[in-house]
Design a protein around this ligand. Structure first.
Ligand code: NAD
Ligand code: UPG
Length: 429
């Protein structure tokens, strides 16, 4: 397993738990030392336990240096980063570096598997770089979500394996036999495209929901009721319908951008997807405007309490966090920010990060919810109101019970929920 991040560590620890012998490799020596001592830095329920069990059983080990690690491997998984590169395409330097590092020492017959998200054509490129016909290259994209990585890995909706060597693809699919998930066996290009097609579909779904939320505000409808009504249609589904400050995280932004670039490379103008990306920026700007409105129109000199910094609840990952993006625009426009996130501490430029949620309310003109942590629902909002100078609460995740906020003497604004929508929700039977 090359790369011990969200994907590599989860895959390694889970496969060890399923009985495989796994060596996890990273270039980060300090991380390897921590992991070898059983210390996991990321917030992933169940992962520490799996790592400890793997270490104790001897089925899991952590090392620096891929060359030695792959010498007697039957399968090598590439789980290294593929961030957004200059110009918006996927940056494949880590994938290529590992391929170059191990290319001449992978044993014949060993499958080289891309679990990293890589553009269509990467399997072919790796095969060409290897210059070997005795090492099949297989695409096996990963669909786990951060915050539920172990649960998602062990209970996937599907496994996708793709290669121009069909037998190798099926062999990789068999590694997951214990997971009882449907296995889609494909050619390499199709498997690589599944990953982008899925992530970009999710991003488009969210941009669509955020657009409908905007319409709700302008038309006096309630997005919670609209999405509830939509979600019962099994063709649409109930999940991924929550409006918010925009979608983010380490995957959706870079993967949407990369697919636009892939489309450009074959002269296809993917306007549906570029619109979804533009809509995501517009959503962030509308949220900033809403917050500005809540402090009287001028952010300069205002004091804003920020609840939530992570890109979604359940993770301490700040990569491409919409919460941080909104906060940084507020800061750039002159607002003074005090922020709290249950999973994030330390210094962040442009704001004071505190470790007590009530401190964000101190002398604040407005308090803004940017990440949907359940903990914020349980705050004593009467006490929050007493701490504040102003009375505005902007709930960009529609997380709080508006009635509780109003009862505390504060004003409440959500997303796609005009004030008229504060009436009781219509029950669906
Ligand atoms: N994070 C997710 O939820 C998720 C889900 C599915 C797919 N993916 C994809 O999986 C890939 C990895 O993502 P991640 O979030 O796990 O990354 P990450 O940043 O959490 O971890 C990557 C790890 O790879 C290590 N690394 C970098 N270069 C290396 C090299 N040359 N040799 C060995 N190790 C090296 C880094 O030190 C780091 O520990 C990306 O392509 C991503 O798009 C991520
Ligand atoms: O109803 C919703 C659901 C999500 N989001 C936002 O969308 C973003 C992405 O959320 P999520 O998809 O849960 O995060 P990730 O952990 O990045 O997972 C995505 O990206 C991974 C990396 O490719 C894939 O493996 C997963 O299948 C895919 O869901 C976050 O900012 C969320 O706050 C909403 O605003 N409303």
């Amino acid at each position: 397993m090359v790369g011990t991040g969200y994907v590599g560590l989860t895959t390694g620890a889970c496969l060890a738990g399923l009985g495989h012998r796994v060596t996890c490799v990273d270039v980060d020596q300090a991380k390897v030392a921590r992991l070898s001592a059983g210390r996991v830095d990321i917030l992933e329920p169940g992962l520490s336990e799996l790592v400890s069990r793997g270490l104790t059983s001897g089925r899991l080990e952590f090392v620096v240096g891929a060359r030695d690690a792959v010498r007697d491997a039957e399968a090598v998984f590439l789980c290294v980063p593929t961030p957004m590169g200059a110009g918006g395409s996927a940056d494949l330097r880590a994938v290529e570096a590992v391929t170059a590092e191990i290319g001449d020492v992978i044993p014949p017959g060993c499958a080289l598997i891309t679990k990293s998200t890589v553009p269509v054509g990467t399997s072919k490129r790796i095969q060409a770089m290897l210059g070997r016909t005795d090492v099949p290259v297989v695409s096996n994209p990963e669909f786990l979500r951060e915050g539920t990585a172990v649960e998602d890995f062990l209970g996937p909706d599907r496994i996708v394996v793709g290669s121009d060597d069909a037998a190798a693809a099926r062999w990789v699919g068999d590694l997951y036999a214990d997971l009882a998930a449907p296995v889609v066996v494909a050619d390499a290009a199709s498997a690589e495209l599944v990953k982008y097609a899925a992530n970009c579909f999710l991003a488009m779904k969210l941009s669509y929901v955020n657009s409908i939320a905007e319409l709700c505000e302008r038309l006096g409808a309630d997005i919670d009721l609209v999405t509830e009504g939509m979600g019962y249609d099994r063709r649409i589904g109930r999940s991924f319908l929550k409006p918010g400050p925009g979608w983010g995280g380490s995957c959706l932004p870079k993967d949407t951008s990369a697919l636009v670039k892939v489309a450009e490379s074959v002269q296809y103008d993917f306007t549906l997807l570029t619109s979804a990306i533009e809509e995501n920026i517009a959503q962030r700007d509308r949220i900033v405007a809403k917050i500005a409105g809540a402090v009287g129109g001028t952010l300069a000199g205002s004091r804003i309490g920020v609840l939530g910094l992570a890109f979604k609840a359940g993770t301490n990952d700040l990569r491409d966090s919409p919460a941080l993006a909104v906060a940084s625009v507020l800061g750039a426009l002159g607002a003074e920010l005090t922020a709290y996130d249950p999973a994030v501490g330390g210094h962040i430029d442009g704001m004071t990060v505190v470790d007590d949620p009530y401190q964000v309310a101190k002398a604040a003109d407005a308090v803004v919810v940017l990440t949907e942590w359940d903990e914020f629902k349980r705050l004593d909002w009467t006490y929050m109101a007493e701490q504040m100078d102003g009375d505005s609460v902007v709930d960009t995740r529609n997380l709080l019970d508006p009635h509780q906020i109003l009862d505390a003497g504060l004003s409440w604004q959500g997303v796609g929920r005009p004030r008229a929508a504060l009436r009781r929700k219509v029950a669906v039977s």
